[in-house]
Design a protein around this ligand. Structure first.
Ligand code: SF4
Length: 247
């Protein structure tokens, strides 16, 4: 399929109603081996997609992750379990040491609690820059984004041209899944997940910026909990509000 045909399909919206398995299969057909899953190992959605990829194309799943240097050990534990279970190599991207050293010297190790500007600086250096490097090797990426994770993700499509990241294809196969569907898949297929979920963390990011939430709270309310809802994304996934601002 030509680049124009891929773009036409994405822009027509016809992929929006496809089941997750079909979208992942299509991704493999069109883009492998330059297709990779972005997995945080801090949410069950990425693990569900990894499990689906493994069933569809055993041994062919490519997975990358950003190790910010501030992840909880439960997240590293899940990486090890995933490597064993799926027989995969996890492509790990880390922030540049010089930039981290300079930031910490200037602003302190826990700068993110002091201001939104500092928090975005930290996410920019520890997450967004390594992500850009990871994406520069790809034609398409898969994410575990779901529309009902938070108000800021309400407009997540199943497939899109990622103009924020240079126009590669971004597939979000679980965009229309509910949390209950995700949990049901995890149970049915005994998918390994982050141990912190059982301790009240629906979404696990960096250790100092994640905490447990109360039952019924927004799934992402434990991330950067000291900030207002308007600010709470790290810069990796932006522009999904239903106000026409991003998609
Ligand atoms: S989540 Fe917190 S520690 Fe992690 S990169 Fe962002 S501000 Fe820094």
């Amino acid at each position: 399929m030509s680049q124009q045909e891929v773009e036409r399909r994405l822009e027509s919206g016809e992929l929006e109603s496809w089941p997750a398995e079909d979208l992942i299969k299509w991704g493999f057909e069109q883009f492998a081996p330059r297709l990779s899953l972005s997995a945080s190992f801090g949410s069950p959605e990425g693990m569900v997609i990894l499990d689906l990829m493994h069933r569809i194309a055993p041994g062919q799943a490519r997975v990358f992750t950003i190790d910010t240097g501030r992840l909880p050990h439960e997240t590293h534990g899940l990486m090890d379990r995933a490597r064993e279970r799926y027989g995969i190599e996890i492509e790990l991207f880390m922030p540049g040491a010089e930039r981290v050293e300079s930031m910490v010297r200037r602003h302190g190790v826990n700068l993110f609690y002091e201001s939104l500007e500092n928090r975005q600086l930290c996410c920019g250096i520890r997450k967004v820059e390594p992500l850009k490097r990871a994406l520069s090797e790809l034609d398409a990426w898969l994410t575990g984004l779901r529309a009902d994770q938070s108000a800021r993700r309400a407009g997540v499509p199943a497939a899109e041209i990622d103009r924020v990241n240079g126009g590669l294809v971004k597939l979000n196969p679980l965009a229309r899944w509910s949390r209950e569907q995700v949990d049901g898949y995890v149970r049915e297929h005994a998918v390994p997940v982050n141990a912190l979920h059982a301790r009240g963390y629906p979404s696990v990011g960096c250790a100092p910026c994640s905490r447990a939430v109360k039952p019924g709270d927004d799934e992402r309310s434990g991330r950067w909990w000291w900030e207002t809802d308007d600010a709470r994304e790290c810069g990796i996934h932006v522009g999904y509000e239903r106000d026409g601002s991003g998609i």
